[in-house]
Design a protein around this ligand. Structure first.
Ligand code: SF4
Length: 180
């Protein structure tokens, strides 16, 4: 993993607020399921039991091995790799593409907060030989800010949100926990 020295913008606050502490995983989980986000942010972690997560990690480690990988921002966001001022995220499957797009937009947003002049990201799906380009427009940036506020609200909820009752639960590491 690589910690890069990114120049601080004038607006960046050194002390991390709750919003600054939203991790890439939490952003992803919020888009998938609010209960999943809440469980994870309350240190109830079961996702490592899922074969899908393991396969995803292997693809991440084996693909693009010559690139500078694992760029960490503030200890809470890990970017797969940066190439030509473009954020790259490697995913196993494109089934949850909307969630992946949101996650990459969040990474670009965090880099911009640090003063990096960047707007573009690419999601790489090596198994499908597919790439998806994303651009953080001003409108998208406002959406991301709003989503971050909502994530903090979910994390601060006293009770966990209701189960989703969705087909995605079948592939979720928390399934046994939620439906036992
Ligand atoms: S099993 Fe379903 S309800 Fe429970 S955390 Fe996973 S996606 Fe959410």
């Amino acid at each position: 993993m690589v910690n890069i020295d990114i120049p601080h913008s004038q607006t960046f606050l050194k002390s991390q607020s709750q919003a600054d502490a939203v991790t890439g995983t939490e952003f992803n989980y919020y888009l998938l399921c609010k209960k999943k986000l809440w469980l994870f942010s309350h240190d109830i972690e079961m996702e490592h039991n899922s074969d899908d997560v393991l396969i995803g990690k292997l693809i991440d480690e084996e693909s693009y091995s010559r690139k500078k990988k694992g760029i960490i921002i503030d200890g809470v966001v890990k970017i797969d790799f940066l190439d030509d001022n473009v954020v790259h995220e490697v995913k196993k499957s494109n089934k949850m593409e909307e969630v992946h797009i949101g996650q990459v937009l969040y990474y670009i947003y965090r880099l911009r907060q640090k003063g990096v002049d960047i707007r573009k990201g690419i999601i790489n799906y090596p198994k499908q030989k597919q790439t998806t380009e994303v651009i953080l427009t001003q409108e998208k940036e406002d959406e991301i800010k709003n989503t971050v506020k909502k994530i903090v609200e979910v994390k601060n909820m006293l009770k966990s949100p209701d189960v989703l009752n969705s087909k995605i639960c079948k592939k979720c590491g928390y399934e046994d926990f939620c439906y036992s």
